[in-house]
Design a protein around this ligand. Structure first.
Ligand SMILES: [Zn+2]
Length: 658
């Protein structure tokens, strides 16, 4: 049985001296990944780690590395900036009045705004039970847009929403309660009567308030959040632990996480203790004991709870919570994740681990976008604890294949599921009649693309993603520019555009998908030193303006087969998932815009079966455009292109091969 933590840790060579020709002052070395601690097995299964009542004691764990704040990173021209602009356009088109309308109605305050549709619908006879959730996502996205671009209009809109929602909170006069639906829904939750997921929605609004405070400096948002937290604390404190555990069987988003975040910024333990009441013990116990009991669970109900566990570890040092997050991430990414970095089918984990081919056959609603969004969020926590570059192998895979390419060019509409059923096509939300959960995480994702490109520690900068961007480390007077068309262009160039000069270490991530150490040039001269795939190349010197690093990132074709069906295979080129173009016959706008998953039964198709040799380059040949290929010698040949560039067409990622 495969154990967690054993990511085939490589032993690394000792530090290499740099070429003296390059620079006598340069120390280049392959940074070794910290030695793995002996695997901790967790508490013995017969003693569930979370059995006893949970006690909170503040004992913050220092992060090993931190991301640069988005205010210090700007995207430059390229596919990421395009996606960010499409999203910004969509956010601009949604009027503030419509976004707060359901809240005003709930408080009996006047509004003439036109109701939103879809999950936000609130008209007689057709009222959505998650209404208000998108407003919370939009607050987060507005705060992020402000931080990542300095867009004053986005901040003003977010501020106006906070002010309107504060009035609603006041008018409701229910101990801090703030929602677009009445407290009666929480009575139903308490009585275990049917209700969708009221805490899920409340969490989105609380998280939006937290982000408007933390990223956009809105003090009123903090007050509103403290009011809402007071209400949630009071409500949850009135339940017995046994009853609260039963209540937690209803989806509640990341209530634990937002309360821990509030405890961290205010220094008040009360909020962390309230957060602890949102610990679903029957879910955490097996994870802390390193057992996969995920089958049958709804995926995106649970990932946010694990992000909360990660946050709980960070503010308390309680290793049980560390183990929950660490094991969960390992298990999901290694045993329950498709080639794109996505997980879930029909929103659940439907099979045992490493049974993905079986799971894929269950429905075409593969890989919910919220799940990728939240797994990437969890990844950032785990990376911050360890600085292990291999967390960014997963992050990059999900970013390139499951985030880029799920936003529709120009309109900024996003997807619910990224279907991996052979013959599928991408479907997108409508302008104002969808508002799925993934529309919410969609506006969040594409308003924060500059996040996590660059990280830092006491020694210097980590370059983790190859995205055209500029870093302004104002405190050090250090500016770095990254020019790249990656992945279309297999390499990146980093130029120091301002420096005092300053002694520091620049660490360049060498992705695990590379077949060998990359060629790296400093100021035009090839360095003797490089680093193995899955590590960092660390360059230490006194940096000055004009210094230039060029790193080659050559890619190769490779095959990834399903763990439970070696003859069901996907084709990758470097980190890029290639999809076969199966044409657009029969696809109409109604089949593309509106449905949350492709209705394959309405449009059946024959998907080719390939005669495949072990070496993909023997039957897949380079095409006439970058990252484009064509099969050769097959009964029916197809063109392969990056999944993230395919729109309004049918495609296949997985192929039956003989
Ligand atoms: Zn979703």
């Amino acid at each position: 049985m495969e154990k967690p933590r054993h990511w085939s840790r490589r032993s690394f060579a000792a530090a290499l001296a740099a070429s003296s020709a390059a620079s006598p002052a340069l120390i280049a070395q392959q940074q070794s990944v910290p030695q793995a601690e002996p695997p901790r097995q967790g508490t013995m299964p017969e003693v569930p780690p979370f059995q006893a009542p949970i006690e909170f004691a503040r004992n913050p764990v220092a992060a090993k590395v931190e991301p640069f704040p988005m205010t210090q990173v700007r995207l430059l021209a390229g596919p990421y900036q395009e996606a960010a602009e499409w999203n910004r356009g969509y956010m601009r088109r949604l009027p503030e009045e419509r976004l707060v309308r359901n809240f005003l109605v709930n408080a009996g305050l006047p509004t003439s705004a036109e109701p939103l549709g879809g999950w936000e619908q609130n008209t007689p006879g057709n009222a959505g039970e998650l209404r208000g959730h998108f407003t919370g996502h939009f607050l987060t996205a507005s705060a992020q847009l402000w931080a990542s671009t300095g867009d004053k209009e986005a901040k003003a809109k977010g501020d106006a929403m906070v002010a309107d929602l504060a009035k609603v909170q006041d008018k409701l006069g229910a101990g801090g309660y703030l929602s677009a639906f009445p407290t009666e829904w929480f009575d139903r939750l308490d009585a275990r009567k049917p209700v969708w997921a009221p805490f899920y929605t409340i969490h989105k609004i609380m998280a939006g308030m937290f982000d408007m405070y933390q990223l956009a400096g809105n003090q009123q948002a903090l007050q509103v959040l403290e009011g809402m937290s007071h209400w949630a604390d009071t409500w949850s404190a009135s339940k017995s632990e046994e009853h609260m555990q039963d209540i937690l069987n209803t989806e509640y988003g990341g209530m634990n996480e937002v309360l821990y975040n509030l405890a961290a910024v205010t220094g008040e333990d009360r909020w962390a203790k309230a957060g602890d009441r949102f610990t679903k013990k029957r879910f955490f116990n097996p994870l802390a004991s390193r057992r996969d009991e995920l089958r049958g669970l709804h995926v995106n109900t649970h990932i946010p709870q694990v992000i909360g566990a990660a946050r709980r570890y960070e503010i308390s040092g309680d290793l049980r919570f560390h183990d929950v997050a660490d094991y969960f991430w390992w298990e999901v990414t290694s045993a329950r994740t498709y080639v794109t970095g996505g997980t879930s089918n029909g929103e659940g984990w439907l099979a045992q681990p490493r049974q993905l081919a079986a799971e894929l056959k269950r429905s075409s609603a593969t890989a919910e976008c919220c799940c990728a969004y939240n797994m990437m969020k969890l990844t950032r926590h785990l990376y911050g604890w360890t600085a292990d570059p291999r967390y960014f192998d997963y992050y990059e895979r999900a970013m390139i294949n499951h985030r880029l390419g799920t936003i529709y060019p120009k309109t900024g509409a996003t997807q619910y599921y990224l279907s991996l059923t052979p013959g599928a096509w991408k479907t997108f939300n409508t302008e104002d009649k969808s508002f799925w959960c993934c529309t919410g995480t969609g506006v969040e994702e594409f308003s924060k693309l500059p996040d996590s490109i660059y990280w830092r520690d006491g020694e210097g900068v980590y370059v983790n993603q190859f995205i055209a961007s500029e870093l302004d480390w104002a405190e050090k007077g250090f500016r770095l520019r990254q020019d790249t068309g990656f992945p279309e262009q297999p390499g990146t160039t980093l130029t120091v555009t301002a420096a005092k000069p300053v002694q520091m270490t620049m660490r360049l991530r060498v992705p695990s998908w590379m077949h060998s150490a990359p060629t790296v040039k400093l100021n035009g001269k090839v360095l003797d030193a490089s680093a193995s795939p899955g590590s960092y190349l660390a360059l230490s010197r006194v940096w000055k303006a004009g210094d230039k690093i060029e790193m080659q990132l050559p890619m190769q074709l490779h095959i990834e087969a399903m763990p439970d069906d070696p003859k069901l295979q996907a084709v990758m080129y470097g980190p890029v998932v290639l999809a076969g173009d199966l044409g657009s016959e029969g696809l109409t706008p109604e089949l593309i815009v509106g449905p949350n998953a492709p209705r394959l039964q309405r449009l059946p198709i024959q998907v080719p079966v390939f005669k495949a040799a072990a070496d993909p380059s023997s039957w897949i040949k380079a095409g006439d455009k970058p990252l484009t290929f064509r099969t050769a010698g097959q009964p029916m040949d197809v063109t392969l292109a990056p999944l993230n560039t395919i729109f309004d067409k049918r495609y296949s990622v997985y192929w039956q091969v003989s």
